[in-house]
Design a protein around this ligand. Structure first.
Ligand code: ADP
Length: 397
């Protein structure tokens, strides 16, 4: 069975075709600038030359048609006909209070995705467009929605409720949802297996450190707490997002600048985080290069990033009453030995010990960093959200 995985953004569409026999990626690619001048499809078939075309894509429906043409192309394709595709798995950002797990798309599921447009204004509309584009391009095939918020639905009220009047939860669904759920779910379950932990009781902290960053605590793969909130703005310092800040900062800046609340939130989402603190970049490769040249703002920014991260690790270690493992994943977590080393140095007082040689060698692969006598296991486990979506899709059909 082959599963097509789609991740639609407002003007982009990422895809992977996965053969579930051996979970190999047959082809992957990206449509960019959908609905804008200069639309482009980049198609990367396994074992064949990559191929790029610039052609108008007025909407996601056309993008899906082009993806299908690329997948079936006699030269660059990997399948003979769309009959070979068993189902389509879609990444969907927000499922609101109602949806707690992945589900086959029905009219009701589409209604829920639509009702959550205000909770995920950039992503949910695009996700729904992607689903409807597949329904039109491949009638009769099952579509499965895999929600970024599902993992966080495992939390108890004491973790997900904000201490604000009930009305806002009851009427508007204001609560902690958590995002990167597909990644936290995948990596925490991989950690239970890879680190030989009790599948029911293993206590894992996952640090998903990409451009966006979040951390979760789970027991037996069930989420106990996670750092992102109603939106992905809360929690860790990220590439361009501030993470935690006194909510009154919003009112204060809005009044001082004579802005709207949206203007201020735009700054907190897009012009803050490591970009603002370092004055260099939101990308850790640039930041590390600047640190090595003695740039003091870059060094302070990195120190602040690690400070926030270990603050959360400390809190989650307490909530879990002692974690069995701390796992690093996503761009920075998988490829950033400096951040990993700085974090683990803080944890030495708990008896955490890592092998620095292993740490320096660990780039994008599964590896245990801790020494056998470390009190908490430390590991790098690459995330694979597409595979997680494909596995859920296969399970549901
Ligand atoms: P996204 O949240 O966009 O999915 P990724 O998980 O792909 O992000 O992570 C992207 C980030 O990973 C980049 O912004 C960069 O900071 C970081 N990164 C990638 N490679 C390295 C590296 N070799 N060293 C340090 N950081 C890296």
């Amino acid at each position: 069975m082959k599963i097509l995985v789609l991740n639609c953004g407002s003007s982009s569409l990422k895809y992977q075709l996965i053969d579930m026999e051996d979970e190999s990626v047959l082809a992957k690619g990206l449509c960019e600038r959908i609905g804008i001048d200069g639309s482009k499809l980049t198609h990367r078939p396994a074992g064949k030359a990559n191929y790029e075309i610039e052609t108008p894509m007025p909407d996601h429906k056309r993008a899906v048609e082009l993806v299908m043409e690329a997948l079936m192309d006699p030269e660059h394709g990997v399948i003979a006909s769309s009959d070979e595709i068993g189902a389509i798995g879609h990444r969907v950002l927000h499922g609101g209070k109602e949806i707690t797990q992945s589900c086959v798309v029905t009219p009701h599921v589409k209604d829920v995705i639509r009702e959550c447009f205000d909770l995920g204004p950039l992503h949910n509309p695009a996700n729904l467009i992607g689903i409807e584009a597949c329904e039109a391009a491949m009638p009769g095939k099952k579509n499965v929605a895999v929600f970024d918020t599902s993992f966080g639905m495992g939390m108890e009220p004491k973790a997900y409720r904000y201490a604000i009047p009930d009305k806002y939860y009851d009427e508007y669904g204001v609560r902690r949802y958590g995002f990167h759920g597909t990644s936290h779910d995948f990596v925490s379950h991989e950690a239970l297996k890879y680190l030989d932990l009790d599948p029911e009781k293993g206590k894992v902290i996952v640090c998903h450190l990409g451009n966006g960053a979040s951390i979760s605590a789970s027991i037996g793969g069930v989420c106990v707490d996670t750092s992102m909130g109603l939106t992905p703005l809360e929690g860790l310092i990220m590439g361009t997002r501030s993470g935690d800040a006194d909510p009154a900062v919003v009112q204060f800046i809005t009044n001082k600048e004579g802005w709207t609340v949206d203007d201020t939130l735009n700054v907190l989402n897009k012009q803050s985080g490591m970009l603002a603190l370092t004055g260099v970049s939101s990308d850790f490769r640039d930041i590390e290069a600047a640190m090595n040249e003695g740039n003091e703002k870059a060094q302070m920014g990195m120190a602040a990033y690690v400070h926030r991260l270990v603050k959360y690790i400390g809190a989650y270690n307490t909530i879990l009453k002692g974690a069995d493992a701390i796992v690093f994943t996503a761009g920075v977590g998988e490829n950033g030995p400096t951040v990993r080393r700085m974090v683990c140095e803080y944890l030495e007082f708990l008896g955490v010990k890592i092998d620095e040689e292993e740490n320096l060698k660990a780039y994008g692969k599964q590896v245990v960093l801790s020494t056998p006598d470390s009190t908490i296991k430390i590991a790098v486990i690459p995330t694979n959200e597409e595979l997680a979506i494909a596995r859920d899709t296969l399970k549901l059909i």
